[in-house]
Design a protein around this ligand. Sequence first.
Ligand SMILES: [Zn+2]
Length: 489
Amino acid sequence: MKIFISATLRSFFNREHEIDVKGKTVGELLENIIKEYPDSKNAFYDETGERRGFIKLFVDGEDRTGRDYAVYSLSEKSKVLLLPVIAGGAPSLAQTEALVSDERRKEVELDNTEIERFNKHLLLREIGVKGQKRIKAAKVVVVGAGALGSAVIQYLAAAGVGTIKVIDSSAVALEDLQSQVLHSLRDVKRPKSASARDSIRNINRSIEVIAENEDISADNASELIEDFDLVVDCSDNFKTRYTLNDACILNGIPVVFGAIYQFEGQVSILGHNGGPCLRCVYPSPPPAGLVPSCAEGGTISPLAGIVGSIQANEALKLIMGIGEHLSGKLLTVDTLYLNSSVLNVKRSCNCPLCGDTPTITEVETYDYEDFCGLKAKEDEVPVEGFTPEELAKKIDAGEPLKIIDVREPHERAILRFPGAVVIPIGQLVRRQKELDPNIDTVFLCKQGKRSILAINTLREAGYTGPMYNLKGGLDAMKDIVLANEGGWL
Ligand SMILES: [Zn+2]
């Protein structure tokens, strides 16, 4: 049967987006997949043989990752989908309860300019004056003013959301302008939160905007979202997503989750009316470095607009209590092959946060590596590394060195490291014979994180030669490499 492989996992499957593997049950299918694609074992199981929590297996739109998943039987016609979490209630045909109550709606008025401005909303039977007043009374937090945030913030502002808080601690970079349409050339190097505030004011001066140039952490998360109706998660890293999820669930604030990677997107509503939270759907994020982040993996420009617009649409429906929404569902969109599915996801009674016996009762501080069980154990030797300058010196001095580039082929097309041996991370264990344990081996990737995972993976596989990480990856060494390209060949 055909199995669809999400882009984040394709490096384990010879870059194929669809594979053909047989199996009468899910257990048999997984066995056969690993037989045909040995590299995929590392994606499914950790070093102790435990199944990893960040991959879901859906059969005909239903999650089959539960306890008895292995014996679930399959037919030739079953539609199977492997879906990881990306760095992102019961459906009811009847009117769902609006996030903004009637009392709050009655407190706001629309003036003549607003009646003109929102004319096209007022014409819709489902929205009308009542709906528009709810939108005006709504208070929404948008976490992340990057690619997804650009679409979300602009549409929420245009739709007339009365109070918008934007949280982002980064500054606009030139490369952001490819997909972050909220910012323009003159905003480069400015804080994204300030640039977002200006854009919102350009759309509608009467919106109350709060710009927070901060990172979400266990210390400030609850305070930052306090008194808001809804949070839209447009962040780009797992640490923020899980901290935000925990804070929102503990404070009873629903989250519109959105995530993008390359050509794919996911949208869901978490923590709403007894629906699942992020930890119910994906108990843990992938180990740091196992799948590249958005910054490392790239995305096509309009993807964030598509996914962010769906998030904004879901946010408005929740505020007004109209239509069906994505609580208890996960929408996946693949814009390269034009596939989309709505998958059912359920609250897990074993969820450490919103399950029957929760173990997380306050927003906890954790670092991502620790959270993923990848933090160096007591007896584990930390990974040593060279700075770009140190590595350049060693190459110039002609020291015996082997340099291994663990990036994916399309990333190397942007910038090659002269003389490096190319071994994508999924093939390392199988190809460790190509390494020479008698000389220093330096591992490099884009940002210096996947290369640490590469070193730890080889250590676990029993390789004992001296291994070093290029600190900061090729991003940090770009200028030196370009200056020496001819000389190092
Ligand atoms: Zn949960």
